[in-house]
Each structure stands twice: as structure tokens, then as C-alpha cells.
Write a protein that binds this ligand. Structure first.
Ligand code: UD1
Ligand code: CA
Length: 464
């Protein structure tokens, strides 16, 4: 089984963060997840992650995945560096298989690229093959050193480069394949003789080349993939490249995207053909959207399933399910566990939470519907509040098909409103309303004739 060693024990000091670098997210997904997925999809069946102080956080994040974690001792008295990290996996280097070594901070690399690297490595017969590219900003990248005959002789880290070597544009991506036995032997020859007093895994190439082993490069035409992340500006840069890649793929697949530079779509989101996404939308998490939908500007959707023909104007949706033909907004808010049936309509400033609304039910304006089960074709008037919280506990409300809840009513849970019942505007309902009944709970209107004049005098005279 092909083996991959992913390095993630570094302190990530340049991130200036308390959080482990590889758990910082791009479009809501941890950096390391991109690397682990690409490695898996490129058929490296055994994945080893070298961790450090982040061991507990990594194990918690990836507890259900088939990954081996090895801890690199970090702190005073211990050596440091990518070479020392790889040494932790030495006893796993048994069969002489190609071993992929990859930094955990290069999240844009694609599985196809890793496959191509493995292919190039196998076909060339090299003992070690490094994935390289030419970059505009070379800061922090190891340079690929080649001899007069164009054969690779080693990698020199940016900070250890001579002024001449600094000019080399071909850099180490931090991703390479080495045959297990050669790797094992060369790890024994690593030294800390460099600017940082660290063991550099990149020295493996020089060691092997000196021994006369064939080492080589596999150059990537698209350098975007190898952008490493050491700082928060590199994080933002890589996240934006990823965002562009995803948005472009959706357009290729038939989604209409207005002003694509402003739209954020996370990996794994699916969107049907001819759905239109307006500017400034943010669609993340485990979300799928059907065909012919219209997602209006500024809409935020996370972890939702939307059917076809859904029309949304500037709204926020979280962890909810929306059936075909629903319309909502502007400024509607679906909080977690909301389920909207076919053709439901929500107008402006309507908030739904942990509630099911049946087919054709409408709430046109300014309402809160929380912890409730609503049937089909119900009308919820303007300003209706489902009073679900008694200060200690939440309670549920049931409203049956075709009921009519008048404006500004308070529905105090737990309570049921029967099929086809009417609740008069302004009522505070605390008891069951039977099917077909009108429930009216408010003081009788009293009109005091002439009250204004008695109080303030003749309206024609000036009032003070
Ligand atoms: C590394 C390469 C450089 C390459 C660049 C590409 C080395 C010495 N340098 O530099 O040639 O161009 O990546 O992005 O390898 N790590 C550990 N344990 C450690 C130190 C680091 O596991 O003791 C891990 C880090 O968590 C990180 C990876 O190794 O995921 C790379 O370390 P980093 O410090 O970011 O290396 P660079 O300076 O970027
Ligand atoms: Ca790095």
C-alpha cells in the first residue's frame, strides 16, 4: 500500500496564532483536510500525520478517519525541522514503496497532481522526485539546484541560498516522493548544519544525489496549486485562489454567477444548472441547491438543502431544508432545523427556527415561528410571535392545515390550533383552538365619543 507522510507538527509561528496552523480554515474547511483528501484521492492508502502540540486538536478533528498520528516531541532539548518530523515515521518505512512526503500547509494541491507526480516518479525510475513550479514570490521557498547537465543535485532553503541561488525561480513545493529504503538511509545522514539549526527533509535530495542515486523534478505548469501557507496573508491569498477555482467550476457546470469575484462557495457545495447566484453571496458547508433557483444578493447559506425553483432575496439560511418553489426574503432568516414545504412563502423579517412549515404555508411579514409544526396552506399574519420559551424551557406549537393566524397574535406554547381555525388579530392564545373555531382574546373595543375635545378643547383653537 502506498504510504503518505503529512507533516503538521510545526509551530506555525509566522501565523501569530494560538490555533494550530493546519487547522486554520479555507472556505470553512481546515487546511489539513484539503491535503488529507487529496492524498486519499490519489490512492495513498496509508496516511500518517506527524503532529506536535496540536495532537489532541488534530485527533479530535479527524477522529473518524483512517489516519495514523505520530507525535514529534516539541520543545526545549528536542531537535526541530521537517527532517526530524519525517524521522518519527521511520519504523513505518518497511516495504520499499514510493513514499509521498507532503507539508500540511499546501492545501491547494489536487489529487490529480499527486497522481501525476507518482506516475512521473514511477516511469522515470528516480529514487526521489520533487514536485516543483516557478513562482512570482519566491520568499520562503527552497530552490531546486541543478548541475550543468540539468540534473538535480539538491534543494537549498531560501535563507541558506547564495545570492546566485536566490535567483532560481524553480522552487520546492514541499511535496515529493522518495523510495522508502533510500529515505530511511538518508534520514540517518541528515544534519542541522544550516541557518536555523534544524533537520531539513529537503537535504535528502542532496544526500541521494551525492550517492549517485537518480533524483529529479516533476514541474507543474499551474503554480497556483503549490502556494504554501505560513502567514495570514498567505492564507487569504490561497483562500481566494481556491474560491476562484470553485466559482469557475460551477460556471462551467452551468450555474449563472453575477460578479463572480464577490461570491464565496465552499468545496463540496452542489448547485443545479441555470440557478442564478447574485453578487456577495456566501454558500458554505454541506449545501446543495437545485436547478433554476435565484439566490439574491448578499444571501448567506450554510449546511442547507434547497430544491428547484427556490427564490431567495437577501436572506440567511442555516442547517435547513427548503422544498421546490419556496420564496423568501428580503431579510428572512432560517435558523437550524427549519423545514419548508413546497411553495412556502416567507416575506421580509420572518425568522423560523426548528419548525416545519407544510406546503403552501405563508408568513408574509415580521413574524417569529420557533419550535412549531405547521401544516399546509396556513396563513401567518404580520407580527405573529410563536412564544416558545418560558424562561427555562422551550415548548412546541402545532398549527393544523388551512388555519389563519391574524396579525400580531401571540401563540403561547405548548398549544394547538386546529384545522381551518381562525385566530383573531392581536390575540394571545394560551389554550387549544378547536378546528373551525374563531378564537378572539382581546378586550372589547370602547369608543368614548367626544373625548378629544373634552380633553384638549376645540380642535380649531390652537393647542399648546
Ligand atoms: C518548506 C520546505 C521548503 C519548501 C516549502 C514549501 C523544508 C526545510 N523546507 O519550507 O523547501 O519550499 O516548505 O511550502 O522542508 N513541520 C513539522 N515539524 C517541524 C517543522 C515543520 O511537522 O519540526 C511541518 C509544518 O507543520 C508544515 C511543514 O512541516 O506543515 C512545513 O514546515 P514549514 O515550517 O512551513 O516549512 P517552510 O519554511 O514553508
Ligand atoms: Ca510552509
Amino acid at each position: 500500500m502506498n504510504l503518505a507522510i503529512v507533516l503538521a507538527a510545526g509551530e506555525g509561528t509566522r501565523m501569530k496564532s494560538e490555533r494550530s496552523k493546519v487547522l486554520h480554515t479555507l472556505l470553512g474547511v481546515p487546511m489539513l483536510s484539503y491535503v488529507l483528501d487529496a492524498v486519499r484521492d490519489a490512492s495513498f492508502g496509508k496516511r500518517i500525520v506527524i503532529c506536535g502540540k496540536n495532537e489532541a486538536a488534530l485527533k479530535e478533528t479527524y477522529n473518524d478517519e483512517d489516519i495514523a498520528f505520530l507525535r514529534q516531541p516539541i520543545g526545549e532539548g528536542h531537535p526541530y525541522g521537517t527532517g526530524y518530523a519525517v524521522m518519527q515515521a521511520k519504523e513505518h518505512l518497511t516495504d520499499d514503496v514510493p513514499v509521498l512526503i507532503m507539508a500540511g500547509d499546501v492545501p491547494l494541491v489536487q489529487a490529480d497532481t499527486l497522481k501525476a507526480l507518482l506516475c512521473a516518479h514511477t516511469e522515470s525510475g528516480y529514487t526521489a522526485t520533487v514536485l516543483t513550479a516557478e513562482l512570482d514570490d519566491l520568499t520562503g521557498y527552497g530552490r531546486i539546484i541543478k548541475n550543468d547537465r540539468g540534473l538535480m543535485t539538491g534543494i537549498v532553503e531560501d535563507r541558506d541560498c547564495t545570492p546566485e541561488q536566490k535567483k532560481i525561480r524553480e522552487v520546492n513545493s514541499g511535496i515529493f516522493i522518495v523510495q522508502a529504503q533510500a529515505l530511511k538511509e538518508s534520514l540517518d545522514s541528515l544534519s542541522c548544519d544550516n541557518d536555523q539549526n534544524e533537520y531539513y527533509v529537503t537535504d535528502v535530495f542532496g544526500i541521494l544525489a551525492d550517492r549517485g542515486e537518480p533524483v529529479g523534478t516533476y514541474a507543474l505548469p499551474d503554480s497556483d496549486e503549490i502556494n504554501g501557507i505560513n502567514s495570514k496573508d498567505q492564507l487569504a491569498f490561497a483562500e481566494n485562489l481556491l474560491r476562484k477555482r470553485i466559482v469557475q467550476q460551477h460556471m462551467k457546470d452551468g450555474v449563472i454567477i453575477e460578479n463572480p469575484d464577490t461570491v464565496v462557495i465552499a468545496p463540496g457545495v452542489t448547485i443545479g444548472r441555470d440557478t442564478r447566484i447574485e453578487q456577495n453571496c456566501r454558500i458554505t458547508g454541506n449545501t446543495s441547491i437545485g436547478t433554476d433557483c435565484h439566490i439574491g444578493q448578499g444571501t448567506v447559506i450554510r449546511d442547507c438543502t434547497l430544491g428547484d425553483n427556490v427564490h431567495i432575496r437577501s436572506s440567511e439560511l442555516e442547517e435547513s431544508t427548503v422544498a421546490n418553489g419556496v420564496s423568501m426574503g428580503p431579510y428572512a432568516h432560517l435558523r437550524p432545523k427549519s423545514v419548508l414545504g413546497e411553495g412556502v412563502h416567507l416575506g421580509n423579517f420572518v425568522e423560523i427556527k426548528n419548525a416545519v412549515l407544510g406546503e403552501g404555508t405563508k408568513a408574509g411579514h415580521l413574524a417569529y415561528i420557533g419550535d412549531a409544526d405547521l401544516g399546509r396552506h396556513i396563513n401567518v399574519g404580520c407580527g405573529v410571535v410563536f412564544v416558545n420559551y418560558d424562561g427555562k424551557k422551550k415548548h412546541r406549537t402545532k398549527v393544523e392545515d388551512e388555519a389563519f393566524v391574524g396579525s400580531n397574535a401571540n401563540i403561547v406554547a405548548p398549544v394547538t390550533i386546529g384545522k381551518g381555525a381562525y385566530v383573531a388579530a392581536g390575540s394571545t392564545i394560551t389554550k387549544e383552538v378547536p378546528a373551525g373555531a374563531l378564537s378572539i382574546e382581546r378586550a372589547k373595543q370602547a369608543n368614548l365619543d367626544g373625548w378629544v375635545e373634552r380633553k384638549f378643547g376645540n380642535p380649531k383653537e390652537e393647542r399648546s
